[in-house]
Ligand binder design. Structure first.
Ligand code: FE2
Length: 347
């Protein structure tokens, strides 16, 4: 069938379709129809695709989010992350993908405490830093959530041998913005590849490995919640990530404890001797800069304006109206809250 058929489908929308629904679904239909024509898709292939999409839902549960995994191996989450932040000011910490293993309500620890609830081996790390705004003003009370996998490559929710919430914790910055935690030097791991995401990797003849990394979510009211990861410069997969999430400015190097000077330990209210007695083998300083939500949204106004223009062009009922003033801060903030409280808590 020709473009005439595709236009007929797109033009079938009723008057109550919102401008955004009209724009996004029209574009989706156009791309899917073009893809179908370009590749001479047959009924059998279409049914295979339907069953593949169904299988993404069927294997997902409260501990596994295959939709994110499939997005990730296709580079979609990395593309969305990059595009979302493409117009942001560059003087704050870079974001990275959330990944499928975030859990809300991880245990709250005092600064300096360990997120290791059970000895699972690995290299013990002392991690510290300060959370500031983009003018280097300390952000007291900033919530710092970190999580990483065990040396066997599994997150606690994947591994019956790990206690609940092992290797994940929540810390709060003090009046100087300082936070610190004991954790493990992270390990590379394969993403789960026994389901649809693994099938995709097989079809593409690709490995499933992610570079060693620690996940972060750092938040404070009125500031944009930062979701990011830091990557170990010494891991070979940092240059060959199965989900394409690595950015240069979030690659770090863990320092062996024997190379750390006493003054650095003192800054953290401890000593090298004490750290060694606690089994710490590597040290990492990583500082976080958050940007105000209002500043970030102002930077994204160009994206919102382009979307508004597209909406207007596709909206037959608003032909003579002005392009609406673009201020999606409230909408965006509510959207983020929806994501965090709904989608993220499900993984
Ligand atoms: Fe991860």
């Amino acid at each position: 069938m020709s473009q005439e058929f595709t236009s007929h489908v797109i033009n079938s929308f009723g008057p109550k379709a919102t401008p955004k629904a009209r724009r996004l679904l029209s574009s989706l239909i156009q791309h899917i129809h073009d893809f179908t024509r370009e590749n001479y898709i047959t009924t059998d292939e279409w049914m295979m695709a339907v069953e593949f999409i169904n299988s993404i839902g069927q294997i997902s549960n409260e501990k596994r989010n295959e939709g994110i995994l499939v997005s990730d191996v296709l580079g979609l989450e990395a593309l969305v992350d990059s595009q979302t932040h493409s117009l942001d000011e560059s003087n704050h910490t870079s974001s990275a993908i959330l990944g499928p293993f975030y859990r809300e309500n991880s245990p709250i620890y005092a600064n300096g405490e360990s997120i290791i609830k059970k000895d699972v081996g690995g290299t013990k790390c002392f991690l510290y830093g300060v959370v500031t705004d983009t003018d280097n003003k300390p952000l007291e009370g900033a919530k710092v959530e970190i999580w990483h996998c065990a040396p066997n490559g599994l997150y606690e929710q994947q591994d019956p041998d790990q206690p609940e919430y092992n290797l994940r914790g929540t810390f709060f910055a003090d009046s100087t913005g300082y936070f610190s935690a004991k954790c493990l030097k992270p390990t590379s791991y394969p993403i789960p590849y026994d389901g649809p995401a693994g099938q995709l990797l097989q079809w593409m003849d690709r490995h499933p490995n992610r570079p060693s990394h620690i996940h972060w979510r750092v938040s404070k009211p009125e500031f944009h919640s930062l979701v990011t990861q830091i990557y170990d410069s010494e891991c070979p997969y940092t240059k060959d990530d199965s989900v394409f999430a690595v950015k240069d400015d979030i690659i770090v190097t863990f320092k062996p404890i024997d190379e750390v000077d006493e003054s650095s330990a003192k800054k953290c209210g401890t000593t090298i001797k004490q750290l060694k007695e606690d089994g710490v083998q590597v040290f990492l300083e990583y500082n976080i800069k958050l940007i105000k939500e209002s500043e970030l949204q102002a930077g994204r106004a160009k994206i919102y304006k382009k979307q508004a223009m597209l909406d207007k062009n596709l909206s037959s009922s608003e032909e003579d109206e002005e392009i609406p003033e673009v201020n999606e801060t409230k909408v965006h903030t509510e959207h983020i809250e929806t994501i965090t409280s709904k989608n993220l808590s499900a993984v």
